[in-house]
Design a protein around this ligand. Structure first.
Ligand code: CTP
Ligand code: CA
Length: 227
């Protein structure tokens, strides 16, 4: 990471950030995962800590190094349910929650105790999945003074889908991007997002590095806290 400029935009604030992808176990050797690198959430943790916040970074599967910073406490999780439990526990001592993790929408209905064998007489295998809990929705329902910020990865109808998530998740801000546009999202170092807030026009930001974007988001969040 580039050394980030220090400021006091979030001094004294407690920020809870989730980053990376969840893994849902199928059996002792297999899981359902996703392509999240964790870069955006980690950049946000660094930006928030550089702005004076006490950061708790809850990380799932990532493909980059974890940040080392005196103001960043790290908690590792694997599944969506572990992430939910951690977020719920930490939430009461939080001022700002940013859900940058790529959370699985479905998990196996049952986790097999033993490695699942391929049956000789069957060319198909059906894995039954059930919905995971929606973490943002769960905290949205119990939030008091906290600011809640979510991400939205879309491949179509960005505006409509992001606006709907703002409402359904009781979020104060949704940071949305189109994941099929070339060179952004997932493993990329760059990101191009649009900011959605209630009663405000969508704010499209230019394409920039995830670290630059994290710093801009910290500025926007600090401004929102002051409102
Ligand atoms: N999220 C969450 N709990 C889930 C799924 C998603 O808290 N079980 C959070 C993500 O971390 C993100 C936001 O909700 O901040 C939006 O995630 P996204 O996958 O875009 O939306 P979903 O509500 O899961 O809807 P869909 O995938 O069908 O678009
Ligand atoms: Ca989803």
């Amino acid at each position: 990471f580039v050394v980030n400029q220090k400021n006091d935009l979030l001094s004294g604030k407690r920020v809870l950030i989730s980053a990376g992808g969840t893994r849902e176990r199928i059996d002792p050797v297999r899981f359902i995962g996703n392509r999240s690198s964790g870069k955006m959430g980690i950049a946000l943790a660094v930006a928030a800590a550089s702005a004076g916040a006490e950061v708790t970074l809850v990380v799932g599967q990532i493909s980059v190094e974890l940040p080392v910073h005196p103001q960043i406490k790290i908690i590792k999780i694997e599944s969506t349910n572990e992430l939910l439990n951690t977020v719920m526990t930490e939430f009461t001592q939080t001022d700002i929650l940013i859900m940058a993790a790529a959370v699985a929408d479905f998990e196996p209905e049952m986790i097999a105790d033993q490695k699942i064998k391929k049956a000789a007489d069957n060319d198909e295998f059906v894995l039954k999945l059930k919905k995971t809990p929606d973490i943002l929705k769960s905290v949205g329902a119990i939030k008091k003074h906290q600011l809640i910020i979510g991400f939205a990865a879309e491949t179509q109808e960005l505006n409509k889908n992001a606006q709907a998530k703002l409402v359904s998740k009781h979020a104060d801000m949704i940071i949305a991007n189109n994941v099929v546009t070339d060179g952004i999202g997932f493993e990329s170092n760059d990101n191009q997002v649009t900011i959605f807030e209630s009663q405000q026009d969508p704010k499209p930001l230019t394409k920039m590095s995830k670290m630059q974007l994290a710093n801009q988001l910290v500025e926007l969040i600090a401004k929102k806290l002051g409102d």
